[in-house]
Every structure is written in C-alpha cells, then in structure tokens.
Design a binder for this molecule. Structure first.
Ligand code: PLP
Length: 414
C-alpha cells in the first residue's frame, strides 16, 4: 500500500469525451442499468466474480423468507405448483431461464449445487459413456476444475488427468482421450477458446466435452446445442447476478440422458421423490442431476435476477461487451507506455470474453489502491489486474472514468 492519499477518480468535473457519451446515448441496452442497485462513488468492474444486485432480488428474497417460509412453512414445498412459490419446481423454472442463455432446451439443464460439484457430476456422467479413461484439460484451467478431476482420478485409479497448454489441445485429441474438460473463457486473461471448433474436433475424435461456462453464461450468447456440446457447467453468481454462492448449473445434452450414469443419485433427482422408493429411478431429463433438497433462498434470488435477461438480445449484449472492452484497451494504451503494464487479453474480438486483464509487477498493491479509490476490479495471482465488463450496467463513460482512476492510482504510486 502507498502511504500517500489514494486519488479519488470520481471528480464530477472530469468531462467524458463526446464520442463515448454518444456511444452511451445510442446504446440499446442503456435502460438495463436502472434494474441494478449500484453503490454510488464506485465503478464496479467485478461482475465476473460477483454480479451486482438486481433491484428485483431483495423484495423476492424477503417475500420468500417472511411469507413462503415464515407463514406458509412446509406448504410452500408443493402447495403452489407452477407459481413463483412452488419450491419443488424452482430448479426447473430457473433451469428454463438459463437454458435460453446457453443454447439448451429447458429439460437439458439442472440447477443446484456449486459449479465444482456440477463439474464432478458432469465428469462422472461423461466417463460413464466411454471406455477411454483420459480426461484432457487445459494445464491452466481454473483450479477447481483441475481439483475435481484430480479427486475423480483418485477415486477411479484408471482415470488419468492429462494437462496440456490450451493452444495445444487440438494436437492432443488422441484415441485414448475420453473427455475434454475446458473452461471457455480463461479467468485470468479473459482469453476465449473456440467452443464450436474444439467441440467439433473432439466429437470427430470420439471425445466427449465438458465445458465450464463460468465466465460465459450471461456474458455473451452461448449455443451449446448448436455446437453439439455434450456437457457443461456454470456459475449463478457471476454474469448471471444470482448473489453470493448462488446455485450453479449443469447442462447435459438430451442424447445422453438415458445412457449416462448418475454418480450422485440423490432423492431429488428421483422420478418420484415422495414415493420414498428403495430403488433409484432417475427423473426425466436433466432433473436427474439435481441431488438433494433445492436451495430455495439462493434459487429464489437467482430466479429473480435472471428476469433481467428476459428482454435482452444477447447479440446486442455481446456487441456492447466488445465495444466496452475495446474502449478500455484503447484508453489504456497511452498509460501502458508510462507504467509496467502488459495487456494479456487478446485484442481479436472472437478470442476474448467480457473482461480485460493486465500484468503488473505490483498488481496486488495496485488493485488494493484501486479499490480504495473506488475502482473495483480484482487481483489474480501472481500479477494480474482483472477488470470485468458487464454490458447490462456499464457505460462507456464508466470505462473512461475507470481508466482515469487507474491512471491516477499509478501516478500516485510512482
Ligand atoms: C468461478 C469459477 C468456478 C467457481 O466454482 P464454485 O464451485 O462456484 O466455487 C468454477 N470454474 C470456473 C472456471 C470459475 O471461474
């Protein structure tokens, strides 16, 4: 930390360039910002870690707690089928909203548990569909993806986890590989892999795909069925804005529902949970991947949060995301020449997600100063400054002010 006073970047007298104001004035998504509660005095560039709070969520959660739980008690589990209060149907209703965003059918998505647990479920299901025992993954995949695969390898000793650099994946789609486990957007660099091409190559090589969409779902259009993906998982609390620890999701292509083994065969994935049968009979569709009692509070927040997307054209969302990130990189260029910053996010549009990242030798301290100054991004070890762009509520003016804040903090430290 610096000993000098951090510079506050939010001076109202700093005029935003007219070209950026014009982009904001013509932004087809500009009304969406009003649907979020954004604290004043802060530019929040961390929606890729914890999405901002949609205005509809507090009322919904409060109603669920005080009325559905407090007054209706156990009756809320079943009494109100097909309404907002139907707790038993809640995972399926949330699944339908997520399905639309990832190019899946509603019955191909199961909502519940964490992304980590869903990764385990997807990997076991995929392995049950092939005799091949190698799981191929990006050596720099997100830690939990690697750990879950390692744990599975420890449980099933013939399973081997093979880690290669992301750019060498294609060369490693060999006949012993059964499952390809990849995260579409790298959490540090924001580099986006070509999901369509890699899925097609894997399929051609007889390999099943498990895609982690943690930084994809809600960030840009995803078309799992259009690409022939087999399985996918993702987070509810990042670009989907479902709140801290929101339930994650699992996608299983319909063609695998009957054949895949359900490793975590819990009673809530049973065809008739309240028959209390001795033998496990899976529910139809992806509902069989729901394990235990639905996390009603978290699901309710996520359900309300997803309504923000109901009228959003995801193609427009992607266009705005790219415009925001391009603006960010362009405005940072002159600053990069003055400070030890290295851009690690691809400048090619198709190769980036919805974040921009830089290396800086003192990234941890720089980010601490930035957060103090009201520009909230995050630090990722060892030296990454990460700035998430959320087209639902960011403006080009926000990007401009954030860059002025970064410049001020770096000047202040120098
Ligand atoms: C954020 C993230 C996760 C999070 O997993 P949880 O089980 O929700 O903690 C998983 N995978 C990737 C790639 C992530 O970025």
């Amino acid at each position: 930390m610096t000993t000098t006073e951090p510079v506050r970047p939010f001076r109202a007298d700093l005029p935003v360039p007219a070209d950026l104001l014009a982009l904001d004035a013509h932004d087809p998504l500009r009304a969406k910002r009003a649907e979020f509660m954004l604290p004043p005095g802060v530019i929040y560039l961390d929606g890729n870690s914890l999405g901002a709070l949609p205005r509809a969520v507090p009322d919904r959660v409060s109603r669920v707690v005080t009325y559905e739980w407090g007054e209706q008690l156990i009756r809320s589990w079943t009494a109100n089928a097909h309404t907002e209060q139907d707790w038993m149907g809640l995972p399926d209703r949330v699944a339908a909203k997520i399905a639309r965003l990832i190019g899946a059918s509603p019955h191909e998505v199961a909502v519940g548990d964490s992304t980590s647990v869903n990764t385990f479920k997807a990997l076991t299901a995929a392995l049950s569909l092939t005799d091949r025992r190698v799981i191929l993954t990006d050596a720099d995949n997100f830690p939990t993806d690697l750990y879950m695969a390692q744990g599975l390898g420890a449980l099933l000793p013939d399973v081997e986890l093979r880690r290669v650099p992301a750019e060498e994946i294609t060369a490693h789609l060999t006949p012993d590989v059964g499952v390809l486990l990849l995260t579409e957007v790298d959490y540090r660099t924001g580099r986006r892999l070509d999901l369509a091409t890699l899925t097609a190559q894997a399929c051609h090589a007889g390999i099943l795909t498990v895609w982690d969409l943690a930084h994809s779902a809600g960030a840009f259009p995803v078309n799992l069925n259009g690409c022939g993906a087999d399985f996918a998982v993702g987070c509810g609390y990042k670009f989907l804005n479902g709140g801290p620890g929101a339930p994650g999701f699992l996608f299983a292509a319909e063609r695998h529902h009957e054949a895949a083994t359900i490793g975590l065969s819990g009673w809530m994935g049973h065809a008739q949970p309240f028959e209390m049968a001795r033998a496990y009979v899976p529910a139809s569709g992806a509902r069989r991947f729901v394990v235990g009692t639905p996390q009603v509070l978290g699901l309710s927040a996520l359900d309300a949060a997803l309504d923000v997307f109901a009228d959003v054209d995801m193609t427009q969302l992607r266009a705005k995301s790219l415009s925001l990130s391009a603006t960010f990189m362009r405005l940072m260029e002159p600053i990069m020449t003055r400070f030890p910053l290295t851009l690690v996010t691809p400048t090619t549009e198709s190769e980036r997600g919805s974040q921009v990242s830089y290396r800086h030798p003192e990234a941890r301290d720089v980010m601490a100063d930035l957060i103090t100054a009201g520009v909230i991004g995050d630090f990722r070890t060892p030296d990454i400054l990460r700035f998430g762009l959320t087209p639902l509520y960011h403006t080009h003016a926000d990007v401009w002010r954030a860059v002025r804040g970064i410049e001020a903090v770096l000047e202040n430290r120098a």
